[in-house]
Design a protein around this ligand. Sequence first.
Ligand code: ZN
Length: 187
Amino acid sequence: MVNKEKVEEAVRMLLEGIGEDCSREGLKETPMRVARMYEELMEGMEGSPKDHLSKTFTHLDNQMVLEKDIPFYSVCEHHMMPFFGKIHIAYIPDGKVVGISKLVRTVEVFARRLQIQERMTAEIAGAVMDYLNPKGVMVMARAEHMCMTMRGVKTQGSQTVTVVSKGLFEKDESLRAMFFHMVGSQN
Ligand code: ZN
């Protein structure tokens, strides 16, 4: 649970720390606004993939299922700056599938918290593996990190790509190639 009073106090200190005047009109409600915003951005900490992935239904045609271009917004834990982009999730069912909106909710559980992209990608793949027990799962995330594009080397427009494959996707290169083809990626 986000402790809003504590976040408000911290934002006031941050404002003072950067040399701002907390009492000027534009900043008066800023600590409160930021605290409320963090409550939303950290919502995933309260959730569990179990809430979304445990309701499965039987499906006997075990062809690859791909949900591509799921948008996500997360916050990098190294700089507390946003990183955001698209996630593709593919799995090969073993008799069990899940509603597409549940995959989107699962992405939100892991995105709405302080994260690093590598861990988020692995956690999503792990959750699909744990709850659907598919023959294989592959997750790819493509994101722009504000901590990179807005500061430092300012690599504007550059993207970070992370991929995790498990089960059949790990063993079978042609399946991985099919995934990359389907999501329209070169690598
Ligand atoms: Zn960062």
